[in-house]
Design a protein around this ligand. Structure first.
Ligand SMILES: Nc1ncnc2c1ncn2[C@@H]1O[C@H](COP(=O)(O)OP(=O)(O)OC[C@H]2O[C@@H]([n+]3cccc(C(=O)O)c3)[C@H](O)[C@@H]2O)[C@@H](O)[C@H]1O
Ligand SMILES: Nc1ncnc2c1ncn2[C@@H]1O[C@H](COP(=O)(O)OP(=O)(O)OP(=O)(O)O)[C@@H](O)[C@H]1O
Ligand SMILES: [Mg+2]
Length: 446
């Protein structure tokens, strides 16, 4: 009785309720515990599940697991305990499956072998622990010893569970701090007032024109949401500047490489932006000629994939060459469309689309860029359009998310300090670190 009293006290002191899923002990664990007066408050239920069918029916143990690991296995015990937690309100589930004898099991597992699982529900997570033990004695001696052993080890595993949960929340806290610090670096915010942001960013462009003495804004319009929003902000800024009595024009540039598959979207964006001027410049000739000259000048290209990647970055830089040429001729500032989601992932070509004089979308995540688009009244199809860098000739319109390995939803959640999966967190933080050089000024000697 000493063991049973001790375990009952432990359950009551820690406010734990127990469910069991018992194969070879067939209800003995719960029955033994119920001998202690007052233990009822800690008992949720006890299930005797002998056959594979009942393990599957009542606990969801998969036949695949039984088949591949055998009936007497920690894998089966663990699934039994998981089923007992999932199907009940208990905080702890004890499960066992074993061979009490006198007949041996179907395989050559020795008589007296029992596999145990202890599962705990802690802060919404399940923590599982398993053990396999061999007990000596007659059938009923083995069964009683196994029932007592399951109870005896409960406090030990409960303490391990508490330690691991505490460590988990420590890690979660440090991850959140890292997330917050990166967000601050990128000027990200969890919530924005779209109208306020539109006015603030329009006024920023207006003010920078005035301060720099430049009279033109220049931006490539792709048909994607970033340049649609930045383009409309630019047009609103030059109109405001003119109202103030200043000289100002916005030049929107179509910069297709040959025929652009989503050219209709670029047209729709221009209809919405209503820019003062539109220049249409095909960058294919310049891009292809440069690549050919590089090859004839000595650059060896490994394969079609590498050629496409090199050409992709040439396209992005060629677009910037074109925009800077116009800005130079017209006294203009070149607008960049970098926002926090792309900055976080370093997803831009260094000195290509990453180069600019003013970056009005800084700090916004992708969801927030879309919010500004909606507020500005941009066509819904453009606002909700799936982002594409569209630099690869071998994979036209390839979605950014395919290249990034995480979704914009996860990137935005990260920037908004919301919880993301461990995998997304690792991918984002590793990519952020790897691309630091793209956000920094060139490295200089100490
Ligand atoms: N640690 C380091 N410190 C200093 N410099 C470092 C460096 N590691 C590489 N570099 C240098 O950086 C350069 C590589 O950077 P970069 O030329 O940008 O090339 P990279 O980052 O390799 O490629 C650009 C990526 O951005 C994507 N992109 C481009 C354009 C637009 C969009 C979009 O979303 O619209 C996306 C594109 O799909 C591609 O995946 C090389 O010169 C390399 O040597
Ligand atoms: N075909 C193009 N014509 C003109 N400008 C382009 C073209 N492709 C890219 N750009 C310029 O490069 C920038 C970076 O491209 P990026 O794909 O990140 O932005 P986007 O196309 O505006 O939006 P999204 O990221 O949602 O596709 C664009 O905002 C635009 O200024
Ligand atoms: Mg795009």
């Amino acid at each position: 009785m000493e063991l049973l009293d001790r375990i009952t006290d432990y359950l009551i002191d820690n406010e734990l309720t127990l469910a069991t899923a018992e194969s070879c002990t067939a209800g003995l664990i719960i029955s033994e515990l119920a001998r202690v007066p007052g233990s009822g408050q800690s008992i949720d239920c006890g299930l005797g599940v002998y056959s594979p069918q009942s393990k599957n029916r009542y606990l969801g143990v998969s036949f695949d697991t039984i088949e591949s690991h055998g009936l007497t296995s920690e894998a089966v015990a663990s699934e039994m305990a998981a089923g007992a937690l999932n199907n009940n309100d208990a905080d702890v589930a004890l499960a066992n499956t074993g061979i009490a004898g006198p007949n041996p099991g179907d395989d050559d597992t020795p008589i007296g072998t029992v596999c145990f699982a202890w599962a705990f529900r802690q802060n919404g997570d399940h923590h599982h622990y398993c053990e396999t033990r061999r007990f000596d004695g007659t059938r009923n001696e083995v069964r009683l010893a196994a029932a007592h052993y399951a109870l005896e080890r409960l406090p030990h595993y409960h303490r391990l569970c508490l330690e691991s949960a505490a460590k988990g929340s420590e890690e979660a806290r440090s991850r959140q701090a890292r997330q917050r610090a990166i967000g601050v670096q990128l000027h990200a915010r969890s919530e924005i007032d779209p109208q306020h942001e539109i006015e603030r960013r329009r006024d920023f462009l207006c003010r920078k024109m005035q301060e720099s003495g430049q009279t033109t804004l220049v931006l490539g319009i792709s048909g994607g949401v970033d340049s649609t929003v930045a383009g409309r902000l630019a047009q609103l800024a030059v109109e405001k500047r003119r109202e103030q009595g200043g000289q100002a024009r916005f030049i929107a540039m179509r910069l297709p490489y040959g025929v652009q598959q989503d050219a209709d979207d670029a047209d729709k964006a221009l209809d919405f932006i209503q820019p003062d001027d539109v220049f249409d410049v095909n960058i294919q000739g310049a891009s292809d000629t440069l690549l050919e000259s590089l090859v004839s000048g000595g650059l060896t290209i490994e394969d079609a994939g590498q050629r496409d990647f090199v050409l992709g970055n040439i396209k992005a830089r060629q677009r910037m060459v074109a925009q800077y040429a116009v800005a130079g001729a017209r006294g203009g500032l070149v607008i960049g469309t970098d926002q926090a989601a792309e900055a976080l992932m370093g997803f831009f070509t260094k000195y290509g689309d990453g180069a600019c004089d003013v970056a009005p979308l800084t700090g916004l995540n992708k969801r927030q860029v879309r919010q500004l688009g909606m507020q500005l009244g941009a066509p819904k199809a453009l606002v909700t359009k799936a982002p594409t860098a569209d630099l690869e000739s071998l994979a036209p319109q390839k979605l950014d998310e395919e290249a990034l390995g995480v979704s914009y939803e996860e990137i935005d959640a990260f920037l908004e300090n919301r919880e993301v999966s461990s995998q997304a967190f690792e991918t984002i933080v590793t990519t952020y670190r790897r691309t630091a050089h793209k956000r920094d000024l060139p490295i200089v000697p100490d």
